[in-house]
Design a protein around this ligand. Structure first.
Ligand code: FCB
Length: 386
């Protein structure tokens, strides 16, 4: 298989979804309200990765992965305004050291959906005044971990956050407020661009980029109306944001999960008969190629920072992984600027409003491998020419 020597093969997680104990975050408070999380579960224990991160690293090593995308929970580091928790900072440092010792490249996300409660009380990203707190936190992290982090990802899926948190109101902060949606959309862009400058002033060599959620939008009929609708969907969902962040980015992180078929009449979203995962998302591995191709126009190296499927029984994942590798290979052969792939997720975890019901892991929550874990390991081995 023709993958470049330094291609990253990894998996992705986020602190809130695996660590446990993130009780000072706004999401944790949100989880306590009945009806918010399916099954009434919370992230209190999750995978207990705060205590068991060495076991997570073993899972990476057992499956030949050479990269890990994880996040730092702001609420754990700065639980009160201006009070940075030294113990938590040192705890994360130990994890980075262990990853480094094992030659695993580290991508750290600085915002993965959760905020300290004190920031949320001041209206989170809906308020421009809070950007400075986020920049301060990010700069502090860059200073603390200088030389240890291989990639900084500023924001995870700000586009999804705006949609779920401020339009649908189905995720924390749970508002249906179009004005706040617009404000947070633009504040995220400002925050990204400012964080870029702040981290560059500390670590000029470390690549920094945003992570956005993408989707393949397919026209139901190959006519101008349906095609234009898909163009607009891509524009509003992620391209408009990327356009405003690309200049201050050394790479672009793309999370790709699904395909949506659209038509320019009601109902706009057309149900097609392609395979669906446990979430009901249309599984479409070839879309990874289209997504990379679409975002090549931003002129930056691309990482697939998340890709995977909810599949408790592992009935689709093995073939999905094989197909995905074929499409990645084609992207490389066609000279698209793809530099790495992170599977979501290393292990089952707290899947936001779905609680523990959606299982995205190569491993279960008690760290038992699904058959896919072995398949991923073999694909990586072949692809690295070993
Ligand atoms: C993405 C999120 C990630 C996880 C996957 C399934 O939107 O970034 O935290 O929930 O979906």
């Amino acid at each position: 298989m023709a993958f470049p020597e330094n291609f990253l093969f990894g998996s992705a997680t986020s602190a809130h979804q695996i660590e446990g104990g993130n009780i000072n975050s706004d999401w944790y408070a949100w989880e306590q309200i009945p009806g918010h999380i399916r099954g009434g579960s919370t992230s209190l224990i999750a995978c207990d990765s705060w205590n068991k991160y060495n076991e997570d690293i073993k899972l990476l090593l057992n499956t030949n992965q050479n990269a890990y995308r994880m996040s730092i929970e702001w609420a754990k580091i700065e639980p009160e305004e201006g009070m940075f928790n030294k113990k938590a900072i040192n705890h994360c440092r130990k994890q980075f050291e262990l990853l480094k010792k094992n030659n695993i490249k580290i991508m750290v996300t600085l915002f993965h959906f959760t905020l300290p409660q004190w920031v949320a009380k001041k209206d989170g990203f809906a308020s421009k005044d809070n950007i400075k707190y986020f920049v301060r936190f990010c700069q502090k992290m860059a200073e603390e971990y200088k030389g240890s982090i291989d990639f900084w990802a500023t924001l995870n899926e700000p586009n999804v956050y705006v949609q779920k948190g401020y339009i649908e109101g189905s995720w924390c902060p749970g508002e249906k407020n179009k004005i706040k949606a617009l404000k947070s959309w633009s504040n995220f862009i400002k925050a990204h661009n400012l964080v870029y400058n702040a981290i560059k002033s500390v670590s000029p060599q470390t690549p920094i980029g945003p992570v956005v959620s993408t989707m393949v939008f397919k026209p139901y009929k190959n006519n101008i109306l349906d095609r234009s609708l898909c163009y607009l969907a891509r524009l509003f969902f992620y391209n408009a944001m990327l356009k405003r962040m690309a200049k201050k980015s050394d790479f672009i992180g793309l999370n790709y999960y699904l395909k949506t078929t659209l038509q320019a009449k009601n109902p706009i979203v057309v149900k097609d008969n392609s395979v669906q995962n446990d979430y009901g998302w249309h599984v479409h591995p070839e879309g990874i190629y289209e997504t990379i191709e679409e975002c090549t126009k931003w002129g930056k190296p691309i990482y697939i920072t998340e890709n995977g499927l909810a599949d408790a029984k592992d009935r689709l994942r093995p073939q999905f992984l094989k197909d995905t590798f074929d499409w990645l290979q084609k992207a490389i052969a066609d000279n698209l600027p793809i530099k790495g792939y992170f599977h979501w997720s290393l292990l089952d975890n707290f899947e936001w409003a779905s609680g523990y019901t959606m299982k995205f892991g190569l491993h279960t929550i008690d760290r038992k491998p699904r058959p896919s874990a072995q398949i991923y390991a073999e694909l990586i081995k072949k692809s690295s020419g070993n």
